[in-house]
Design a protein around this ligand. Structure first.
Ligand code: MIC
Ligand code: SF4
Length: 643
């Protein structure tokens, strides 16, 4: 059979199931990554499994999110992560070494391998020809222990690229163009494969920008071929031996082919508050800007930063603009310093932040009240920047730098021409900020250091056959995990303290939610379509579970979030008839009966206790997922030997 790239990697890693769209498949995982904001909880879960050493080829624990240390909490978590990693065979990337996806691409990613990471932008590795998935912490923990990763076999889309990018138009504009075409829901249940003659013109960092933002489409993952560009990148990283070529067969079949002519693209911009709210930059050119942020796992490569430095060189940032630059890794920052580009950036008046996620997740650098912030990041959800009434736009590094100089949204194609920026022949290689794990004999005796902010993992309950609960919240379409469990500098330090974290659950939508959910005892959340889009944070399931949420009833779900709900023991069901969503109000008392049978047949009946009205809901669950839910979550099911 002629196969696509994804099918080839899936087949080579398939441990259970068949590669038929919509069927559950289980994959062997070669590599894992965690970051600190999701990692602390993940390693606490790993410790409960009693497995001394990870069973993957490579597992890395990064610290890149919670790097502001305004109290003891984050520093304690860093020490916990460092000591738990050393004990269990995990490499530890120190704070300051860079953003997990950037560093993983530079130093660990390998074409043809599978990777899962407790971060939704793990598909960045697809830029190197890896099959890389974002997943909840529990799924990553299972993979570290040698277990398989379960997904529903996605549909396969191909984006056929022709032509080449014109000067000032960049990979970010390609991502934004696809978001304009497909929307934030358009990639749900899909692997996006990039190919065609235009793909060959893109370097690995450019490809990684594109696969990174596949997360915003809701895609299961995105991938590029492994070709001469891949070989060149790996050789420049001193790892040419990791190169293997990978391409789809010429007559491979795709469910949909989308054509994009790179030479016809213009600079694009995503308007508040959704990454698919995309228009051309030229259409917004008179909007005044207060803040510009350049960095994040989407656009912080050495070549991105070189372009920015070239635009800023010899000029000064507009007086009304505050510009931040966060290089993606220590490698990027060192090379910028070595070649003098850092001095050009500093001389322009930019504020250079550390190599971390920073403003992308509201870890500092929040915009002023009602401020307009232009960011080279991947998400502009309401409130995510830390300033609820800020207007956040997503752009390319070229558009960001050009706008920082003028003080207005500026189409970079209006700038004079610039010498093309190409990949260096050799990257600066220094892995000293990645601490190797202890040898197994020493690891046995090693102590794991825990701070007082680490609280017990919340306990979930098995399901009975009936559930009677109140609708404690009704929300609309495209609710993100940033709505459900906001992040930011004030809240992120409590990622290992669920009781404290729960005080902020749904804060953006309804600050009274935590108290109401607790008072109700057991509750149901009603949502619209694409419920739970965005991040992989399992806290968006664990915290509602802690607050008594037993079921989420929505029009449709985002992929990683629905897996996290099941792992946390929360029943996800979908409306069969959209009118039933309209008819429900907050405060309604509902009764679900025949839960066990309903999980098998795929349909359950709900009774609205006040009116007696009944309506059907659907739940498409594999037999493994049914067992997990009936046991009250993945940890219970694993402990009981059910999965
Ligand atoms: C994000 O970009 O939303 C995050 C913060 O990186 C999350 C992970 C988290 O919430 O810790 C993600 O993308 O999964
Ligand atoms: Fe970090 Fe932002 Fe990337 Fe998430 S999207 S990993 S917060 S840089």
């Amino acid at each position: 059979m002629a196969m696509t790239i994804a099918q080839k990697i899936i087949q080579a890693h398939l441990v259970d199931g068949v590669m038929e769209t919509g069927k559950e498949i289980a994959l062997r995982i070669d590599q894992t990554l965690t970051q600190d904001a999701t990692g602390t909880m993940a390693y606490l879960e790993f410790e409960t499994m009693g497995i001394p050493q990870v069973k993957t080829e490579v597992s890395v624990a990064y610290v890149d999110h919670n790097t502001l240390q305004c109290g003891f909490e984050n520093a304690d978590d860093h020490r916990y992560l460092q000591t738990v990693a050393a004990k269990h065979g995990v490499r530890f990337s120190r704070p300051g070494n860079g953003i997990c996806h950037q560093v993983h691409l530079e130093r660990f990613g390998k074409p043809g391998k599978t990777l899962i990471g407790s971060d939704s932008h793990t598909p960045t590795g697809g830029g190197l020809g890896m099959l890389a998935f974002g997943a909840g912490g529990m799924d990553v923990v299972v993979a570290m222990g040698g277990g398989a990763y379960y997904i529903t076999m996605p549909k396969l889309y191909k984006v056929n690229l022709t032509g080449a990018l014109r000067p000032w138009v960049s990979a970010k504009d390609v991502s934004l163009e696809l978001l304009r075409i497909l929307s934030v829901k358009g990639g749900v249940g899909v692997i996006v494969e990039w190919g065609g003659p235009g793909a060959m013109t893109l370097s690995v960092p450019e490809r990684a920008t594109i696969t990174n933002m596949g997360a915003e489409l809701g895609a299961t993952t995105s991938i590029f071929p492994s070709d001469e560009q891949t070989r060149k990148f790996l050789a420049a990283q001193g790892r040419e031996e990791d190169y293997v070529p990978l391409a789809s067969d010429p007559d491979a079949k795709y469910d949909r082919v989308i054509d994009i002519d790179l030479s016809s693209l213009k600079p694009m911009i995503a308007c508040p508050h959704s990454p698919d709210n995309v228009v051309t930059v030229e259409s917004l050119r008179d909007v005044a800007v207060d803040q510009v942020c350049i960095g994040s796992c989407t656009n912080s490569s050495f070549t991105d930063m070189l372009k920015v430095a070239a635009i800023l060189k010899g000029k000064t940032v507009a007086p009304n603009v505050s510009l931040s630059i966060s290089p993606g890794s220590r490698q990027v920052l060192t090379m910028l310093a070595d070649c003098g580009a850092l001095a050009d950036i500093l001389a322009s008046g930019a504020r250079v932040l550390e190599c971390a996620c920073g403003p992308c997740i509201g870890m500092g650098f929040s915009p002023n009240s009602g401020g307009v912030s232009l960011r080279t990041f991947n998400r502009n959800f309401l409130g995510r920047s830390g300033t609820k009434d800020a207007q956040v736009y997503l752009v390319s590094p070229e558009t960001a730098a050009a706008s920082a100089l003028t003080g207005f949204i500026t189409d970079p194609t209006t700038l004079p021409s610039m010498a093309p920026v190409t990949l260096p022949e050799h990257f600066h290689i220094d892995d000293s900020a990645v601490i190797q794990p202890l040898p197994p004999q020493e690891a046995e005796k090693a102590q794991v250091l825990r701070g007082p902010n680490i609280k017990e993992f919340p306990k979930s309950k098995p399901f009975a056959d009936t559930l009677e609960a109140e609708v404690v919240l009704k929300v609309g379409d495209n609710i993100t995990t940033d709505h459900i469990m906001p992040a930011g500098a004030k809240i992120l330090p409590y990622r290992s303290n669920i009781p404290k974290l729960s005080e902020f659950c749904f804060e953006v939508c309804d600050p009274q939610f935590p108290a109401r959910a607790k008072a109700a005892g057991e509750g149901i959340v009603v949502g619209g379509s694409n419920y739970g889009q965005g991040s992989s944070r399992e806290h968006a399931a664990l915290v509602p579970m802690y607050l008594g949420i037993r079921c989420v009833m929505a029009k449709s779900f985002a992929r990683i979030h629905v897996a996290n709900l099941i792992n946390a023991g929360i029943l996800p069901v979908t409306f069969v008839n959209p009118e039933d969503y309209d008819a429900l109000s907050q405060g309604a008392k509902l009764k679900l009966t025949g839960i066990a049978k309903g999980m098998e047949t795929g349909e359950m009946t709900v009774v609205d206790e006040a009116t007696g009205r009944t309506f059907p809901v659907a739940c498409q669950l594999s037999s493994r997922q049914q067992k997990i839910l009936m046991a009250g979550g993945l940890l219970n099911a694993t402990r009981e030997g059910l999965v």
